[in-house]
Write a new protein. Structure first.
Length: 673
């Protein structure tokens, strides 16, 4: 066959070309053309019919021809390199090969397959000498032959068997408004391309999701990889994955691991983490951003066997990110929930999942994500104030952005808590309450708005009666959000609902089993319930996860004190890193040990360091010393100054010597009113 005949055949339908030879599709990036040609020569010499874009003549519409060749190929060979992993075209072609179960990935320079393609063994030929009989090429030829013959049944062939695409249903109005299809949605075939073409809800008619049953589906949303090349842009990838996690956690049919536990995968094995979390599925992805354009790759992987249930890549303007985020969350939820609840149940769960309190303003959303990244740091007053600035910028861009108002309320409360000025505390809590009320007015179904208002009323005003309905509403609206549920649980623990609080925190620990803060909260809930063994156990687990965790040793010392283990209590209080907690514990323990001088020295240090900011802690010491009148005087002053320590008073064992006092009863009634 001469060159003219070869080029003519390149334009014929694939089924008319060399029917007897297995057909290969070679995907590569232009910068790797020379290496690709050498590999093509080896493959053709071995008897394969290789299609590559060098066969296309000028003036020919390359897209239909490429699509046809890709769909008809018996095997898709992808040549990964540093340049190829950045190519949207190469990723799209590799994705289709993986969906059809006929992908053979090859690394030209040692570069790993990009995120989403690492379940298939990569053939590294970076040391290839260029000779056809080299061992590197022998491995490539063997892999291609296995794939062409069907031997070995690659994992992704089980995930998405090659089949004719079902008739496409019309796109849903929501999918049309979300910004249309991604570029890979132009490709022929089923799977993710069909999702992009017909819309999320249309996928039901297409029959992509099936099965029914009972229970809930477990999953973890892993931090998205930041592929921008700029660590300063990490806020965007982290914020996007966190927002997706929150959207999915709203779905009552999903059990979604909390952010802290999911983040443990950043430097570890994702599947090992999934096993530790006890989840069946992981959602992972990567983010690239250049100016106003965003490229996002996301895939849903079934942990058992590493089967990819769904994947998609998106090239969108930043203005479309919010709609795209909703589209991803709904697609994932439909794919998972359909297995246990059937079509109608899954559709209902998606309706319940729909986000509230969002924005369509790109500048507002960007500022919001920056604020979330800063607030997550929990690095102290400076990062809290910086986060507050970002949330205020988001509100300036979109005054109706309810989620930004809720987060502004949260940051205002954090700034108030860190202030030593009573006047400033009052002012910032006033602002926090107003911001939370604005969030609820804009979006009554926004759980974090109710949580922010409940916190400000409870901690800033000691108004438990006013806070209670907002905590209850947050609990109802976000049953799968571990952070929300932990906050509600500790609120209940302050009052008379310890059994409910313990039940809720156990659920939180299921969702967030690698979070030291969750275990610390569980430890304090156990302390308020007078379960001292559980207090010590929970706090030891918290310290195992974070040895420097504040207040954990104080709770252990408190529990050992109540158990009569004075030596153990002293050792725990001496390890406590927060001086106010260490001082109050040692003042009590030394007095019980008969060392009055060291006891009074510890109290003097507490008073000298904290003054009126430590009134509640001073009352604890005097109550344990048997000075009831002094302790009650201090408690009344603490209440008048709205000292949040007063929230402990109902269940604080250190105040037990005062329980028969009418003055304490009156204070507790005021707290409940």
């Amino acid at each position: 066959m001469d060159m003219a005949e070869d080029m003519a055949n390149a334009h014929e339908p694939p089924d008319q070309r060399q029917a007897s030879a297995p057909r290969l599709f070679l995907s590569y990036t232009r910068t790797d053309s020379e290496a690709a040609k050498r590999i093509i020569a080896v493959l053709e010499e071995a008897g394969f019919d290789v299609w590559w874009d060098g066969l296309i003549e000028g003036g020919v519409n390359y897209l239909p021809m490429t699509e046809a060749a890709l769909e008809e190929a018996d095997c898709v060979v992808v040549l990964w390199s540093r340049q190829a992993v950045e190519s949207g075209w190469v990723r799209d072609e590799a994705q289709r090969g993986r969906e059809r179960g006929c992908l053979v990935p090859v690394s030209l320079d040692g570069t790993m397959s990009p995120l989403g393609f690492r379940q298939i063994q990569l053939l590294d030929i970076s040391g290839w000498s260029g000779t056809p009989d080299a061992p590197e090429m022998a491995r490539v030829l063997a892999a291609v032959r296995r794939t062409v013959s069907g031997d070995g049944d690659p994992p992704d062939r089980r995930a998405m068997p090659a089949q004719a695409a079902p008739p496409a249903a019309p796109p849903s109005p929501r999918a049309a408004l979300a910004g249309g299809v991604s570029r890979r949605g132009l490709a022929i075939g089923g799977g993710a391309a069909l999702l992009a073409g017909v819309g999320v809800l249309g996928a039901w008619q297409a029959g992509l999701f099936g099965g029914a049953g009972g229970g809930a589906v477990s999953m973890a949303v892993l931090p998205f990889a930041n592929l921008t090349g700029d660590e300063e842009q990490g806020w965007f990838s982290a914020g996007l994955s966190n927002e997706l996690r929150q959207a999915l956690a709203r779905n009552p049919r999903l059990r979604v691991s909390a952010p802290t536990s999911s983040a443990a995968a950043a430097d570890g094995d994702e599947f090992a983490l999934a096993s530790r979390l006890g989840v069946e599925n992981i959602l992972r992805g990567s983010v690239q951003r250049a100016a106003d354009m965003v490229r996002i790759f996301v895939e849903l992987v079934e942990v058992d066997g590493g089967v990819v249930r769904w994947s998609e890549s998106y090239d969108r303007s930043f203005a479309d990110v919010f709609a795209m985020q909703s589209e991803i969350a709904e697609t994932v939820a439909l794919s998972l929930v359909a297995r246990i609840a059937g079509r109608e149940g899954a559709l209902r769960s998606v309706e319940q999942q729909r986000g509230v309190g969002g924005t369509e303003d790109p500048a507002a959303y960007e500022a919001y994500l920056r604020g979330l990244a800063l607030s997550t740091l929990s690095a102290g007053i400076n990062s809290d104030r910086a986060a507050l600035t970002q949330f205020e910028a988001a509100i300036a861009s979109d005054p109706a952005f309810a989620a930004a108002h809720a987060m502004r309320a949260r940051m205002l409360a954090a700034v108030a808590n860190a202030s030593a000025s009573a006047e400033e505390v009052e002012r910032f809590y006033d602002l926090s309450i107003a911001a939370a009320e604005r969030a609820i007015a804009l979006a009554p179904e926004l759980a974090r708005g109710h949580l922010a208002l409940g916190f400000a009323l409870n901690n800033g005003r000691l108004n438990r009666a006013g806070a209670a309905p907002h905590y209850r509403r947050a609990q109802e609206l976000a049953p799968g959000d571990a952070d929300v549920q932990a906050s509600v649980a500790i609120f209940y623990a302050y009052g008379d609902k310890q059994p409910l609080a313990m039940q809720m925190i156990d659920r939180v620990l299921e969702l967030d089993p690698l979070n030291p803060l969750a275990f610390r909260t569980a430890g304090f809930i156990a302390l308020f319930a007078r379960d001292y063994s559980a207090t010590i156990s929970r706090m030891m687990q918290a310290l195992k996860l974070n040895p420097g965790l504040a207040s954990a040793h104080f709770a252990i010392g408190n529990a050992r004190l109540m158990q009569g283990d004075l030596a153990g209590a002293q050792a725990a209080f001496e390890k406590e890193r927060v001086p106010i907690f260490s001082q109050v514990g040692l003042a009590i323990t030394f007095a019980r040990l008969g060392d009055d001088a060291r006891a009074r020295a510890a109290l003097a240090e507490l008073v000298g360091t904290y003054g009126d900011a430590g009134l509640y802690q001073q009352a604890q010491v005097h109550a344990q010393w048997g000075d009831a009148d002094r302790a009650l005087d201090l408690l009344e002053r603490a209440y008048d100054m709205r000292d949040p320590g007063m929230l402990f008073a109902r269940n604080d064992a250190l105040l037990d010597p005062l329980r028969s006092s009418p003055r304490l009863e009156r204070l507790l009634l005021r707290l409940s009113s």
